[in-house]
Design a protein around this ligand. Structure first.
Ligand SMILES: Nc1nc2c(ncn2[C@@H]2O[C@H](COP(=O)(O)OP(=O)(O)OP(=O)(O)O)[C@@H](O)[C@H]2O)c(=O)[nH]1
Ligand SMILES: [Zn+2]
Length: 296
């Protein structure tokens, strides 16, 4: 039986793309995966049975490499985190928070610094160096002087990407410059829900000229530490995770434990004090979230 990828889900139909064709498919109930039953998700690889040239039935859902909740989508290859250098101002706190969420979800991140034309080279370089040192790809871009735009096209090719970033950072401008006619839904989910109308979340993978897909809805609209344990949070800081095997205690949270390699690296200036401050702040947010959501 043929295999394809779900690129859209709407009103009980799954749209499966296979070799340039789209089949609208029904699914027969839920699918058993290990011990749980799953609903097919946009992004899933599926085995389907062909009814005719336009219709089919989903027979089997393939293993997922990852799974996002907001928007509901699986097998995402990368998150493109768009942060503007100016209006809105670059926020290292927000970037670090996004990174904890992408790491926790098991999704690679590429950092795009938009509106680089609005600030000095030095300001851009400082941020590039800092995040490259942690291990992230950082691409300064501008839709005004077009720097970095081709690099973004390159990273999108043949991958499934989810854009993320605050409203107004320039996600739509960038995508539109690269792929005229491709537009993202607005990033402001709360506003949309507030209007009470289109409350059903619908996601679609938009095929890009040259190969690859981009989700039409920005990802990570909720940045609460849902489903994070304290250790998950520590592990979502890649610069900490790199060193934690040298901490004396397994499961070290790098706070007040003796012989902690992360604290040693912090004192040696190898880990940024700002990153560590953010870590401590997120720990407080996580504890606050857990207090509010106690099961009893
Ligand atoms: N100077 C400068 N302005 C830019 C650049 N990219 C986008 N802008 C401007 O920034 C504003 C916001 O851009 P959008 O593309 O709408 O931002 P967005 O991230 O899609 O915003 P939402 O749809 O609210 O999520 C617009 O006025 C753009 O013209 C850039 O590289 N340089
Ligand atoms: Zn430690």
């Amino acid at each position: 039986m043929p295999e394809g990828r779900i690129v859209k889900a709407l009103s009980g139909f799954y749209y499966v793309a296979d070799e340039g064709r789209i089949y609208s498919c029904r699914a027969r109930g839920l699918f058993k995966k290990k011990d749980a039953k799953v609903n097919p998700l946009v992004g899933d690889w599926v085995v389907y049975d062909v009814i005719n040239e336009e219709e089919g039935y989903i027979m089997e859902v393939g293993e997922r490499t990852n799974e996002l909740v907001r928007p509901p989508i699986s097998n995402v290859d990368q998150a493109v985190l768009v942060f503007s250098m100016y209006k809105p101002m670059f926020s290292p706190l927000l970037l670090d928070k996004f990174l904890t969420h992408t790491e926790h979800a098991g999704i690679d991140s590429v950092i795009v610094l938009s509106k680089a034309d609005q600030v000095s080279e030095e300001e851009v370089t400082e941020i590039v160096k800092k995040y490259e040192a942690i291990g992230y790809r950082v691409i300064p871009t501008s839709t005004v002087d077009e720097r970095g735009v081709e690099d973004v096209r390159e990273i999108l090719r043949d991958r499934i990407s989810v854009f993320a970033g605050q409203s107004g950072v320039g996600k739509s401008s960038l995508i539109n410059m690269l792929f005229p006619g491709v537009s993202l839904q607005t990033g402001d989910v709360s506003q949309k829900l507030g209007r009470g109308k289109h409350t059903t979340r619908h996601v679609e993978l938009i095929p890009l000229a040259g190969g690859g897909y981009v989700a039409d809805t920005p990802g990570f609209s909720s940045l609460e530490f849902i489903d994070f344990s304290e250790l998950d949070l520590a592990e979502s800081f890649l610069d900490f995770a790199d060193r934690s095997s040298e901490c004396k205690f397994r499961g070290c949270l790098h706070v007040s434990e003796p012989a902690c390699a992360v604290q040693a690296a912090l004192e040696a200036g190898e880990i940024s004090e700002q990153r560590y401050e953010h870590y401590k702040q997120f720990r407080e947010e996580l504890k606050e979230y857990q207090r509010r959501n106690k099961p009893w």
